[in-house]
Write a protein that binds this ligand. Structure first.
Ligand SMILES: O=C1C[C@@](O)(C(=O)O)C[C@@H](O)[C@@H]1O
Length: 253
């Protein structure tokens, strides 16, 4: 039997109800600290620092201060660092060199417990980054986003499978539905990929139509749901306190 749990600090993904990750979207250090303070009081399972919202992201000293400040505020809570490029629906465009330089610094300085790595970048550099992260004990969540549509079930499974074969610890796909059939496509792909792959899977159908996918993870096989804390980082995110209650209510015995 393949094991499908991944541990990030004390948090075990793939066991029990889906875990709740909450993004921090501050533009500067003050906003980052302020959001972290408010969010941590609501006890999320994981904090995601969205570096593409942070204006000084290319200033490594500021990023280090930000990460250290966050750690002081969030204590032992698992910390995921993400730079979502504009091509994948993020706030900021970066050239490849800057993207991989930032990934490298996050790993070298151990600024977080886990790192989001976008699948569409250069394969060779992705492999180098994965190896570097694993040497430093950092969990890699490989990701792919489509803010325009929902690809076919087979294409979604193929994306998740390539993240898995490349060596990602967790495979994540977010897509936009244009119909309720699209939401079913994402759920079906999730169920099949979760059964097939040896890594845990995170998926979501975004927007209003897709909200149902953000609460259905335990049934279909997605191990994390992203919730809105002070400000949502993607359309369709449910507020943290509501999401926790719903996930508890839907918990399978
Ligand atoms: O990959 C994801 C998922 C997400 O896009 C969502 O739809 O909830 C939100 C992002 O902050 C996160 O990095």
């Amino acid at each position: 039997m393949k094991t499908k749990t991944v541990q990030i600090r004390k948090l075990v993904l793939g066991e029990g109800r889906p875990k709740i990750a909450v993004p921090i979207t501050g533009k500067n250090l003050l906003e980052v600290a302020d959001q972290a303070q408010k969010i941590i009081n609501q006890r999320p399972d994981m904090i995601e620092w969205r570096l593409d919202f942070f204006t000084d992201v290319t200033n490594s000293e500021k990023v280090q201060i930000g990460a250290r400040t966050l750690r002081k505020i969030i204590g032992e809570t698992a910390l995921l660092l993400t730079f979502r490029t504009q091509a994948e629906g993020g706030r900021m465009a970066l050239n490849e060199d800057d993207y991989f330089r930032i990934m490298g610094e996050v790993i070298r300085q151990k600024l977080g417990d886990a790192l989001d790595l976008e699948l569409y970048h250069d394969e060779h550099r992705l492999e180098e980054t994965l190896e570097h992260a694993h040497k430093n004990g950092i969990v890699v969540i490989m990701s792919s986003h489509n803010f325009a549509k929902t690809p076919s079930k087979d294409k979604i499974i193929a994306k998740l499978s390539s993240m898995s074969s490349m060596g990602g610890d967790i495979a994540k796909v977010a897509v936009m539905p244009n119909s309720s059939d699209d939401v079913l496509t994402l759920l079906q792909a999730t169920r099949e990929a979760a059964a097939k792959l040896s890594q845990p899977v995170i998926t979501m159908s975004m927007g209003e139509l897709g909200k149902i996918s953000r609460i259905a993870g335990e049934t279909f096989g997605s191990v994390v749901s992203f919730a809105a804390g002070t400000q949502p980082s993607a359309p369709g995110q449910i507020e943290l306190k509501h999401l926790r209650q719903i996930l508890e209510d839907l918990k399978l015995n």
